[in-house]
Design a protein around this ligand. Structure first.
Ligand code: ATP
Ligand code: MG
Length: 457
């Protein structure tokens, strides 16, 4: 039996207390620990000794941890790198994963978490030794502001990082408002297609008889109203990403055509037999149970497997409580910037109040709740009473009258000075929050776009 090989770990951190702490907790017979406090020294050590694992801070001098990661990966591709940061941001996690970091660890992680990460990293070192040196998993990610530090969300970001580089179809699932569209955009933003377009089609919002032409185009005269030849989204989106939202709503005729494009990139416009080719990466989303739709015979099984090459499931907000305060602060910042006004602060009680809620409408509900709280609050420090929960409209379900009544009721119940409850002001307020995007404003008000249009014209 061969004796296990001694593994070399290099710790790089400007903080000597952290170096001492990590050394103490990682010290073991099977490892040798080396340490240094800047990136220049680290690169020299990696050049001389065979280092298996580098654990380095993102903030280093004379260049930062990401640059050190790049240099290590270029000069010593089998070395595994774990980055550390006090509070890693979403962007840092995605970018580090994309650039090949094995893990991004919070510096306040407990000793057992550090040891767990190191054990997993050293196992990877062993696997790499056994496999070919070119067998190198490229990891990637997306840069849309996806806020959150919870473990379930970090796991999602890592998958985003990995799949972004490939052209594999991705199915994003999760309850309404969990961030499926945001994830789809991130996949595009971090993919090699990022300089081309991402087109977003809500399959549920387009009448069945128009959807086929919308996606694949049509020839002049192919149906009543087809006055001229028109290119479809698959043609327009060549070399880009097409995000098909609510894919569970696709009618059977379109399901067949989509299957064909996924198989070999070919399709025909409505009313034509000419075979056209396109190179489109497909990301889909649904909050339906697509497997159940297959069982019920409403969704083609072959298409389901084609779309579901990688499935990313977004956890509901109630399963990632740690993210709630961060998201709430993020929305407060954004509202303050948009309105060019001072920023509201959350009291401890308000944070607890937010954490205690179940958030059936997930992040969208939280965003709308914070927007409403800022409209209604009279003091800069938000208390639980400033943040009405639960009865708020979170989706485009009711009428404009219902929505305004609800907001007005909430205001008077809570004795708040709600923009004087004037209909016009509330509508203008909602529009301003959403940069005049009618569908978002309608969602915020909880009415249909049609209703809102009537009010604004
Ligand atoms: N982690 C997050 N960080 C920041 N904003 C988020 C996050 N998740 C969701 N949001 C915001 O919440 C809102 C809802 O997200 P999104 O539209 O992506 O959800 P969805 O899952 O597609 O919802 P639906 O199923 O209703 O279409 C958006 O305004 C989005 O920007
Ligand atoms: Mg969506």
């Amino acid at each position: 039996m061969s004796t296990p090989q001694l593994q070399n770990i290099l710790l790089v951190d400007p903080d000597h207390d952290y170096l001492d702490w990590a050394t103490k907790h990682l010290d073991a017979e099977s490892v040798k620990i080396l340490r240094c406090d800047d990136a220049d020294k680290a690169i020299k050590v990696v050049g001389k000794a065979e280092i298996d694992l580098v654990i380095c801070d993102l903030k280093l001098t004379p260049f930062n941890g990401l640059e050190l990661l790049d240099k290590i990966r270029a000069s010593s591709p089998n070395t595994v790198v774990v980055l550390t940061a006090a509070f890693p941001t979403t962007g840092q996690i995605i970018e580090s994963t994309q650039r090949g970091a094995h893990e991004v660890l919070r510096k306040e992680a407990l000793a057992f978490e550090l040891r767990g990460v190191v054990e997993a990293a050293l196992q990877l070192v062993d696997q790499r030794r056994e496999s070919s040196p070119n067998d190198d998993e490229r990891q990637v990610a997306g840069k849309n502001a996806i806020i959150g530090i919870s473990r379930p969300l970090q796991d999602v970001l890592k998958v985003v990082g990995r799949v972004a580089q490939s052209d594999a179809p991705v199915l994003v699932t999760g309850e309404s408002g969990t961030g499926k569209e945001l994830v789809a955009k991130s996949i595009h933003d971090y993919s090699p297609r990022r300089n081309n377009e991402i087109l977003i089609i809500n399959c549920g919002a387009i009448p069945d008889n128009l959807l086929e032409s919308e996606l694949f185009g049509h020839e002049k005269g192919s149906f009543t109203g087809a006055m001229a030849r028109r290119a479809g989204r698959f043609e327009e989106c060549h070399e880009g990403t097409l995000f098909l939202d609510e894919v569970g709503d696709l009618p059977p005729s379109v399901q067949v055509k989509l299957l064909r494009v996924l198989q070999d990139g070919s399709f025909s416009r409505v009313g034509s037999n000419e075979v056209l080719k396109t190179d489109v990466r497909i990301v889909t989303a649904t909050n339906k149970d697509l497997a159940a739709e297959v069982t019920a015979g409403r969704f083609r099984e072959d298409l389901y497997y084609r779309l579901n090459v990688v499935e990313i499931t977004l956890p509901p907000l109630r399963h990632r409580q740690e993210d709630i305060p961060l998201l709430a602060e993020f929305f407060l910042d954004r509202i303050a910037r948009r309105n060019n006004q001072g920023r509201y602060q959350l009291s401890h009680e308000a944070v607890q109040h937010l954490k205690d809620h179940r958030w059936p409408g997930n992040v969208r509900e939280l965003e709308n709740t914070m927007t409403r709280a800022c409209a209604l609050a009279s003091n800069e420090l938000l208390l639980p009473d400033d943040i009405p929960l639960g009865r708020a409209p979170t989706a485009a379900v009711g009428t404009m009258d219902d929505a305004l009544k609800l907001i007005t009721e909430t205001c008077s119940r809570d004795g708040m000075n709600a923009l004087s409850s004037s209909r016009k002001e509330l509508i203008n307020y909602a529009l301003k929050q959403c940069d005049d995007d009618l569908s978002q404003a309608a969602e915020l008000l909880g009415c249909s776009v049609k209703e809102l249009k009537k009010e604004t014209t």
